[in-house]
Design a protein around this ligand. Structure first.
Ligand code: ADP
Ligand code: MG
Length: 139
């Protein structure tokens, strides 16, 4: 399997809780190489655009309000089979169902404030990475 990328965000609640450093350490320990990273904030309009695929879901307004409520960390991660490897590593969407030791189990507060985002396909990993990063930002 060749090297692939995935895209992640550390969500506002985890940043607010002071878990940003622990989560970045855990990502590195998991063998994910950081290709780009920034500390930033989404406007509500940007959050609605980023999560547009979920616009018919009942949690869309709440999710996009939450995701624009405070600073986040956005990052591009590289690993073999990165998308699936990272989804396995962060755990289930609901932290209550996430495996012991996973990022969402350790640092998630609720199904919405579940500590981190992880891309769901190689195609979306590229779209999401380009949403935040210019070619100049990749190392
Ligand atoms: P994942 O992030 O695991 O890929 P989804 O793509 O289904 O999950 O959902 C995107 C995000 O929307 C989740 O990470 C979570 O923050 C939020 N979310 C998902 N399901 C719910 C729900 N039932 N209630 C509130 N928020 C939810
Ligand atoms: Mg998803």
């Amino acid at each position: 399997m060749s090297k692939n990328i995935t895209f992640t965000m550390i969500k506002p609640k985890a940043v607010e809780n002071g878990d940003m450093g622990n989560i970045i350490t855990k990502i590195i320990e998991g063998g994910f190489k950081i290709r780009a990273m920034k500390y930033t904030r989404l406007s509500e309009e940007e959050a609605r655009q980023f999560y547009a695929v979920h616009k018919e879901r009942p949690f869309y307004d709440s999710l996009t309000g939450f995701m624009s409520s405070g600073p986040i960390v956005a990052a591009v991660l590289e690993k073999d089979n990165a998308v699936q490897a990272y989804r396995d590593y962060i755990g289930a969407t609901n932290p209550a169902d996430a495996a012991e030791g996973s990022i969402r189990k350790l640092y998630g507060s609720s199904i919405e404030a579940n500590a981190v985002h992880g891309s769901d396909s190689d195609e979306n990993a590229i779209i999401e990475s380009k949403f935040f990063f210019a070619d100049r930002d990749w190392v």
